[in-house]
Design a protein around this ligand. Structure first.
Ligand SMILES: [Zn+2]
Length: 269
């Protein structure tokens, strides 16, 4: 997989654009060291890192559809993909509605043949908050991204649907932020918790069985960026358990919208 020449895609203006980019990022197979992202990645607007979006893929066949259930539009090559994305969007909205968190502006989902991290390799997807759009890698190109991860144990379609839920949760949460979080972990906690919540109980258990149960149930350890970057799957499992074990998981999500919370470690400890 060749590395794109970002300089030809990113204008100086784009490089200075301040938007939050949330990217699920996994090393691509055979990727060189500088192409791997090292897990689930959140790039926050004020990070020193310059952020731009690079996405590839033909959109020649793509058509746009407005979802019947929600103010979400989907661009994808096939009606099946658009239907799946609308269905996942509906799930994400339903899960957040339980916590009285809803979409405030229309959100656009674009299914593309490939989505790449601005400075690294292929990724599942990302949220471009400036344009209120979610970019997601086409399902056909997902197998190489999940290879050798705990996600590979799940039926591909179920995992893929949960991935769309994850990204749309990012989009909805972002629209409701009152104060931007300062850590990547704070952005990813709700996305992972609700991604796993969207799976059927048997599939979720299948995923959770990949981890030492005592470790994921240990609430004394703070959620932090290092764990997120180096073991995003374990982070996901812990986030789900923490969210569900709490007497009021919704309170965690609403607190995150207000800013930093006690169970998320500050970025610089
Ligand atoms: Zn994410």
């Amino acid at each position: 997989m060749s590395r794109p020449d970002f300089s030809s895609y990113a204008s100086a203006t784009a490089l200075q654009t301040a938007f939050v980019l949330l990217a699920l990022c996994l090393p691509a197979p055979n990727a060189s060291a500088n192409e791997t992202c090292g897990g689930d990645y959140v790039c926050i607007a004020d990070d020193a890192a310059v952020v731009t979006v690079w996405a590839a893929g033909s959109a020649s066949l793509a058509a746009q559809q407005l979802c019947a259930e929600a103010p979400v539009s989907v661009t994808a090559d096939s009606a099946g993909e658009r239907h799946l994305a609308c269905s996942a969007a509906s799930d994400a909205l339903r899960l957040l509605a339980r916590c009285q968190i809803s979409l405030r502006r229309p959100l656009h989902v674009h299914i593309m043949s490939e989505v790449r991290h601005p400075f690294s390799g292929a990724i599942f997807g990302l949220l471009d908050t400036k344009q209120e759009r979610v970019l997601i890698t086409q399902e056909a190109n997902i197998p190489s991204l999940v290879k050798d991860t705990p996600y590979a144990k799940l039926p591909q379609r179920d995992f893929y649907r949960s991935l769309i839920v994850h990204e749309i949760v990012h989009g909805i949460m972002h629209q409701n932020l009152k104060r931007r979080a300062t850590s990547h972990a704070a952005y990813e906690y709700p996305a992972y918790a609700l991604q796993l919540e969207s799976l059927t109980p048997d599939l979720r258990d299948q995923f959770l069985q990949s981890f030492d149960q005592t470790s994921i149930e240990t609430n004394s350890i703070l959620f932090n960026d290092p764990v997120l970057f180096f073991d995003p799957y374990f982070f996901a499992a812990r986030a789900y358990h923490h969210f569900k074990a709490s007497p009021n998981g919704c309170a965690h999500l609403t607190a995150l919208l207000e800013g930093d919370v006690a169970f998320i470690a500050p970025p610089h400890m």
